[in-house]
Design a protein around this ligand. Structure first.
Ligand SMILES: [Zn+2]
Length: 380
């Protein structure tokens, strides 16, 4: 199911190919997030044009709305949303622990109140796998305990214990035909906990392994450390997935640390605030600096927005609240993330990843202020 095609001599970067029930995914890959059954503001035809190979759906949200019976009647999630390519579903663990009001953590799951209407619900390994089976995703995730990064050592310990126990329960549940199941390693930035959790999951022989407990509000060095503490224990012949990460520069650095799969809401979420990703970092398209800038968002980008519209026009659309503006920024940002992955794969294949990494990270300035200053100096 996963073929490791090439490894980079200068780092832990890997080139791979993951074969799923709905097609092949080239790794490293960026997966667009379609939490509610839609990658916000982008239709499936556009997603395919952007080079999207796989999208995410979410157990917690889809189970609440529209509800499982509707999706079952539609013939599964692929048919319901008309997306023929691979889908990965998150188990809902992250949402239960971050969105919902927890009533009680029980041995076989969590009783919680819906963030929407306060109704009392229960989700555990059995329920999460059953929902994902009916959704019919190509990759299902185990139900884990994802504590905030500010948790005490005792809380991290308890979360790892639950995660290991629940992973074993998930492993025993029936799956959809051809469905893969990934384990999730927790343990914060505690070396022993990460090792223990990884080893316990690997003994259960999952189809892939995720590094969880990142993207929970921790500072970047802590996030990198969580990955570095986990990666050495993960088997080379299975894909590794860093959940909920990151910016383009962070993804390049995480690929260098041996990660194959990424998902992040950033491209579409910040698009709705008027922020665009460029090779040099993120910029606010609403800024006055672009008022009469008739160049594209990014000169190196091949997306529909960059080929057809100027910064000045997109800025205008955003400032007057036209939907097209945020649609085009969503298209552009998604293409940027997908394209960075295409370039990473090409660089690993050509043996030039070390140079690519150095140049990309050096050029990428993640703050608007610095970037505006650079753009003013470099482009005018
Ligand atoms: Zn573009």
């Amino acid at each position: 199911m996963f073929e490791l095609l090439k490894t980079d001599p200068s780092s832990n970067a890997r080139l791979g190919r993951l074969t799923t029930a709905h097609g092949v995914v080239d790794t490293p890959v960026f997966m667009s997030v379609g939490t509610q059954g839609s990658v916000k503001a982008i239709d499936p035809r556009e997603l395919r044009e952007l080079g999207t190979q796989i999208i995410l759906g979410n157990t917690y949200h889809l189970n609440i709305r529209p509800g499982l019976e509707i999706i079952r009647a539609a013939g599964g999630l692929h048919r319901f949303i008309n997306w023929p390519l691979p889908i990965l579903t998150d188990s809902g663990g992250f949402q239960v622990f971050s969105l919902a009001t927890i009533r009680k953590i029980q041995p076989h799951g969590v009783q919680f109140r819906s963030h929407l209407d306060g109704s009392l619900l229960f989700l555990g390994p059995k329920e999460a796998m059953e929902i994902q089976r009916i959704l019919g995703s190509d990759i299902a995730m185990v139900f884990d305990d994802c504590p905030p990064h500010t948790s005490t050592p005792r809380e991290f310990r308890a979360a790892v214990d639950r995660t290991m126990r629940w992973a074993a329960e998930c492993r025993e549940q029936p799956r959809a035909e051809g469905q893969m199941v990934f384990g999730i390693v927790q343990g914060g930035v505690n070396k022993e906990l990460r090792e223990e959790c990884a080893k316990a999951l690997i003994a259960l022989k999952f189809d892939g392994y995720a590094i969880g407990g990142v993207s929970v509000g921790e500072p970047e060095p802590e996030m990198m450390r969580a990955v570095e503490l986990t990666e050495p224990f993960l088997p080379a012949d299975r894909p590794r997935y860093a959940m909920g990460l990151g910016t383009p520069a962070q993804m390049v650095e995480l690929v260098a640390r041996g990660v194959d799969m990424f998902d992040c809401v950033l491209p579409t979420r910040v698009a709705r605030n008027g922020t665009a990703f460029t090779r040099k970092g993120s910029i606010s398209i609403k800024a006055g600096a672009w008022k009469s800038d008739f160049g594209p968002i990014d000169t190196t980008c091949d997306c529909f927005a960059c080929k057809n519209f100027t910064r000045a026009y997109l800025r205008h659309l955003l400032n007057v609240g036209e939907i097209l503006g945020l649609r085009m920024l969503s298209v552009h940002n998604t293409r940027m993330f997908v394209k960075v992955m295409e370039e990473i794969r090409a660089a690993i294949a050509n043996g030039t990843f070390a140079e690519f990494r150095k140049e990309f990270v050096a050029n990428y300035v993640p703050t608007q202020k610095v970037l505006l200053a650079r753009a003013a100096a470099a482009e005018r």
